[in-house]
Design a protein around this ligand. Sequence first.
Ligand SMILES: Nc1nc2c(c(=O)[nH]1)N[C@H]1C(S)=C(S)[C@@H](COP(=O)(O)O)O[C@H]1N2
Ligand SMILES: [Mo]
Length: 221
Amino acid sequence: MPDDPETPPATKLTRTKQAWAQTGKFITGRVARPENERLPPGQHLVKDWPVLDLGLQPAIALSSWTLDIDGLVDHSLHWRWDDLMAQPQATEVSDIHCVTTWSRYDNRWDGVATRTVLDLAHPRPEAGFVVLHSYDGYTTNLTLADFASEDAILAHSWEGKPISAEHGGPLRLVLPKLYFWKSAKWLKRIEFTAENRPGFWEVRGYHDRGDPWTEQRYSDD
Ligand SMILES: Nc1nc2c(c(=O)[nH]1)N[C@H]1C(S)=C(S)[C@@H](COP(=O)(O)O)O[C@H]1N2
Ligand SMILES: [Mo]
């Protein structure tokens, strides 16, 4: 893990992806029709499951794993693994859309719905945003509304098995309606904030929201 958790080191992949943002790579200019088309514009379907991250894959033992849910909430939560598994469990089947243009259909996730987290922690009225912090130093930002999406899940299992370390186990977010960089792997902390605080990719040229259907790949400036 890096010394400063907010600034993981640049790697070949992060430099390449930053360059794509600068040149607007993969923007098609087409208009999506989500009612008729399952594949968002500029995406192609894959059957395998690529691994994308900063190149640091933290190994976290379940015995030392914790998740903090804090910031502007009425009830801060500090979960160990048994606490997570004692929560009401949910299952979601959803499609993955990565900004690097691959999509993968029908992924089955088991875990805890983000709505359950919201019910328990109860964000204060001024909490309009969420920052996700991961064990590899990665961060990403969401609006509270996107975090609260009905199909958003803190997932510990994929296709009935624990999510592998390379794909973000023990626990990752899965937020199907946004590009997959918003779905933080190796989740460590969910922080509720009043202000929007752009995360790792959002300060490196990627869009603040990342809606695949309108190709919100890169920020405009
Ligand atoms: N903690 C963490 N989460 C992360 C990333 C990362 O580098 N670190 N990369 C993001 C990106 S860019 C993508 S496309 C997906 C990739 O998830 P996968 O490796 O399981 O396909 O994870 C996202 N979540
Ligand atoms: Mo990505």
